[in-house]
Design a protein. Structure first.
Lengths: 436, 495
């Protein structure tokens, strides 16, 4: 896929509407000109592309293992080996990348990325049994992926119809069939299911979100790989190019089905069939951005909300743990950054990004922090792509000549920026290159 | 002559340093070699106890170069020598006017070691006074923004202390008859009346109370400790203040036992007041150096209590507390100095999140935690052993002041936790956290001091073993009953 700009690269010469008076007016004007919330500088471009590459490699594992857990491990009461992904899932061709894909949009390979396979074999510590790598945490930290899934489950209705469907009779009937098939010949578990059916259903709901996130990241991994390749080939001229590539990607797969299939004894149980019409953009991407980027969840034990009892606040301002707000210092208190993801990305940093880190702050010593801040920058760019995609889907083109339409766009952008007025938001920080 | 060598090493180094090139690293290396040589010699003398050295100097004035090393002075000589090494190591590599700085630091060492080695009261006074000049200059030239005020105040209080000590020593010489003999042996066998003893003790208490210091003679201490450069604060709090306790032990408990016994109740009360006053002030401080300074003041109160009790156990506690506190307070100042170098601040409200593993000062804060635990008397560290001996030894004589001191020891934990919680935890300000991590060279003095603090906790004999035999004869009370045995001679006690 080649990058194509969906918005004019330069601002209109004679503005049809007055300048914004919003605190983030500069950012809004940049978005109106087809840019990103992240300033367009060569270093920003280098940083975000570099981190996309580092993110894509563990993400290639995340989506495979999430689908493995949702489809194969399922309700295993002792899922101690759920991170020991089967070869079948490691070899699973991406649905949208590579020669064996069902619909080839991105380049990609046929199996898991070679860098991932190499890391899984040796890790940091060298060649040793898989179990030791696992126990030593010398591996891809699936705990991060599961935390993202749990954030989506925890916050529930973050858009789309997916969450409501999990309460439907059709879903419960499908889940019931799968549960009974899975525990066939196991009177203890079937007895427990009879006694506590909601507990089992809740587990299946969690697995449905696991599948949802796996399918979401199956798309994102090849997007990030390809962005890295294009940059290496000199294809991106600036941050807006990178953002537009993401916008185009979003539209290219917006309609991909989101489903949950379980394979039990060679038979496929469709807990959420594709025929329900759940799509990637509305049932996965937007809920993911809302739940994970804008909210996430407090460190366990610091706050107590019962999600099942509907106690989780729906107001986004009640949360500041998502990457757009997070304090990247892993201090073990409020402001939990994706520390485990940062640790995962550390293994796959491209050399040019390591070179940047060496030149600033403590160099190699605090790479983890520097890459966390880079990740924050890159996710502001991803969020910009989502905002532009929403504007594109719901409102008007940026080069529209009708002032009312432009004002509608303006109001949309201002409403989006209002979400970053809180002091915890890092939007102001990423406007300067000093924030490292 | 080896005793003289202990003094000559820093003297020669201090004299020769100004002749070296102005390159800071060279001067530092030379000062370090001299200080290390002194430590090495001190350790050798520990294993090979020397005889006393007596050289005629000014016999007309009763001034003899009488030097000796016993169980009271050996540990303090080693402490002073070690802290000099640590002070040199803690000095920034790019120290301005290095030749003068290190020469003055070594001159302070000469005064300290000279005082501890002196076996002649007049010689003691000379060495005692010698400390005042270099330390004042060190504060005045290299101190913080209020260094002038701090140096003047330190000088004034120090001068009064010196004059009071000189007056006490001269009074000793004049009142005991039989010519001017200021040797310790003569002072130990004086024939002063109880009234004369009390007058002299008043001067001794004033002199060493100012040096220690204790409330209400502490006016110079918080400002001087907070304004002095880190290596100087380490020397002042770690070694120079111990001269006050050592002086009270030598001149008060040993030479004036009757008067000491008469006033010991009041002295214990002053110790308890100092302890609680220091601890409460430390709790209220918003600046780390001042917090450590008030913490030191509180711990000096423990020393005074133990001296007042003067039981065999409490006197062991005095020696242990001098060593433990000397190490702990030097460690605390060293760590605060490191934080200041890196972050540019010692203000508690300005700092937070320094425990952050990537961008904070986790190593420094880790040692800070150990140092604060040691100051709070947590078991397994030197502070615990020393405080336990002080409290256990003082309880039989002065239970109420001891209780107050125990309470203030509890308050140590309050300000230690408060400091660590505010500075170590919380959010590290990213805009501010643009400093390099500490190098191993910077960590070295703190590491050595920490190791010794832990060693003192795990092996308490290291703190008390030096001086057991020399403190027992000085005891004025039994450790297990409030029996005043001040009239007993050391020989009777030993028997």
């Amino acid at each position: 896929m080649t990058p194509t700009a969906t918005a004019p690269a330069e601002a209109t010469k004679t503005p049809l509407i007055p300048p914004s008076t919003h605190r983030y007016a500069d950012v809004i004007h940049r978005l109106e000109a087809g840019g990103s919330m992240l300033p367009d500088t060569p270093e920003n471009l280098k940083q975000i592309i570099g981190i996309y590459k580092a993110y894509a490699v563990p993400m290639d594992f995340y989506w495979r293992d999430l689908l493995y857990i949702a489809e194969q491990v399922f309700l295993n009461p002792l899922p101690a080996f759920k991170y020991f992904i089967s070869q079948e899932y490691l070899d699973l061709p991406n649905s949208y990348a590579g020669d064996q894909s069902r619909l080839r949009i991105w380049r990609g390979g046929d199996k898991a990325h070679p860098e991932l396979l190499e890391f899984m074999a040796t890790g940091e510590t060298g060649s040793m049994p898989k179990l030791l790598h696992h126990l030593w945490h010398d591996r891809v930290n699936m705990e991060f992926a599961e935390a993202c899934m749990q954030a989506m489950l925890w916050h529930q209705g973050m858009g789309g119809r997916f969450n409501d469907y999990l309460e439907s009779d059709a879903y419960k009937a499908n889940a019931d069939r799968a549960i009974r098939a899975y525990f066939k010949g196991n009177p203890v578990m079937l007895g427990l299911y009879k006694l506590f059916p909601e507990m089992f259903l809740e587990q299946v709901r969690q697995l449905s979100y696991t599948a949802n996130l796996g399918l979401f990241w199956e798309v994102m991994a090849p997007v990030f790989f390809e962005m890295s390749d294009i940059y290496d080939e000199g294809g991106f001229k600036g941050v807006p190019d990178a953002m537009n590539f993401l916008v185009n990607g979003i539209f290219a797969v917006a309609g991909r089905p989101i489903y949950h299939h379980v394979f039990i004894g060679g038979e496929c149980f469709e807990i959420i069939p594709k025929s329900e019409g759940f799509t990637w953009l509305y049932e996965a991407a937007l809920p993911y951005v809302e739940a994970v980027f804008y909210r996430t969840s407090p460190f366990r034990g610091t706050k107590s909300y019962n999600a099942q009892a509907g106690q989780v606040p729906s107001d986004q301002a009640s949360f500041h743990y998502g990457i757009l707000y997070a304090d990247v210092y892993p201090v073990g208190s409020a402001g939990i950054p994706p520390t485990l993801l940062m640790q995962d990305m550390l293994h796959f940093l491209p050399p040019y990004l390591k070179e940047i880190y060496k030149q600033h702050r403590r160099g190699e010593e605090d790479e983890l922090i520097q890459l966390g801040i880079t990740f924050q920058r890159s996710m502001y760019n991803v969020t910009s792509a989502v905002i532009q995609a929403l504007r594109c889907a719901l409102l008007y083109p940026l080069d529209d000549t009708d002032p009312e339409h432009l004002m509608a766009n303006r109001r949309f952008f201002e409403a989006q920026m209002d979400r970053f007025l809180r002091p915890e938001a890092r939007l102001a920080d990423i406007q300067t290159q000093d924030y490292r | 002559m080896t005793l003289l060598l202990l003094l000559l090493i820093p003297v020669v180094a201090a004299v020769l340093l100004p002749l070296l090139s102005a390159e800071a690293n060279q001067v530092r290396a030379a000062a370090l070699v001299a200080a290390l040589a002194q430590v090495g010699l001190g350790l050798w003398l520990w294993q090979h106890p020397p005889g006393e050295l007596s050289l005629r100097w000014l016999p007309q004035l009763g001034l003899q170069l009488d030097l000796g090393l016993d169980g009271l002075s050996l540990p303090l000589v080693l402490l002073a020598a070690l802290l000099t090494v640590m002070a040199v190591l803690s000095t920034p590599a790019a120290q301005t006017r290095p030749r003068l700085f290190y020469a003055l630091l070594l001159a302070t060492n000469v005064g300290l070691v000279g005082s501890f080695l002196a076996r002649n009261a007049l010689l003691f006074v000379l060495a005692y006074e010698l400390i005042l000049i270099p330390t004042t200059l060190l504060v005045a030239i290299w101190g913080g923004p209020r260094r002038s005020t701090a140096a003047i105040r330190f000088l004034m209080y120090g001068a009064v202390s010196g004059i009071a000590l000189l007056a006490a020593v001269m009074a000793f010489g004049w009142l005991q008859g039989g010519g001017l003999d200021f040797s310790f042996a003569a002072l130990a066998h004086h024939s002063l009346t109880p009234t004369q003893q009390r007058w002299i003790l008043a001067l001794v208490l004033l002199a060493f109370g100012l040096k220690l210091p204790v409330v209400p003679l502490h006016g110079w201490q918080p400002l001087t400790y907070s304004q002095a450069p880190t290596p100087v604060a380490m020397m002042l709090a770690g070694a120079v203040s111990k001269l006050g306790a050592y002086g009270l032990l030598r001149f008060g408990v040993a030479f004036l036992p009757d008067a000491w016994s008469d006033w010991s109740g009041w002295i214990a009360a002053v110790g308890a007041i100092s302890a609680i006053y220091g601890a409460l002030n430390a709790v209220a401080q918003l600046e780390m150096r001042r917090l450590v300074a008030y913490s030191s003041l509180g711990h000096m109160g423990f020393l005074l209590l133990a001296l007042a009790a003067a039981t065999p156990l409490s006197l062991q506690g005095v020696m242990a507390q001098m060593l433990a506190h000397g190490l702990i307070i030097a460690l605390l100042f060293c760590l605060v100095g490191l934080i200041e170098i890196k972050t540019g601040s010692t203000e508690i409200p300005e700092l937070s999140g320094l425990l952050n593993a990537q961008r904070g000062l986790p190593f420094t804060m880790g040692l800070m935690l150990l140092a604060l635990m040691a100051a709070a008397g947590v078991p397994g560290q030197a502070g615990f052993v020393a405080e336990l001996l002080v409290f256990e030894g003082s309880w039989v004589a002065y239970p109420w002041p001891t209780l107050v001191c125990i309470l203030s020891s509890g308050l140590t934990a309050v300000y230690a936790v408060r400091l660590f919680n505010r500075v170590g935890f919380g959010r590290l300000d990213n805009a501010r956290a643009d400093w390099a991590s500490t190098s191993w060279a910077e960590r070295a003095p703190a590491l050595v001091l920490t190791a010794l603090v832990v060693l003192g906790g795990l092996w308490p004999t290291a703190l008390t073993g030096f001086s057991d035999a020399d403190t027992a004869p000085l005891a004025l009370r039994s450790s297990d009953a409030v029996t005043v045995i001040a009239t007993s001679t050391p020989q009777e006690l030993t028997a």
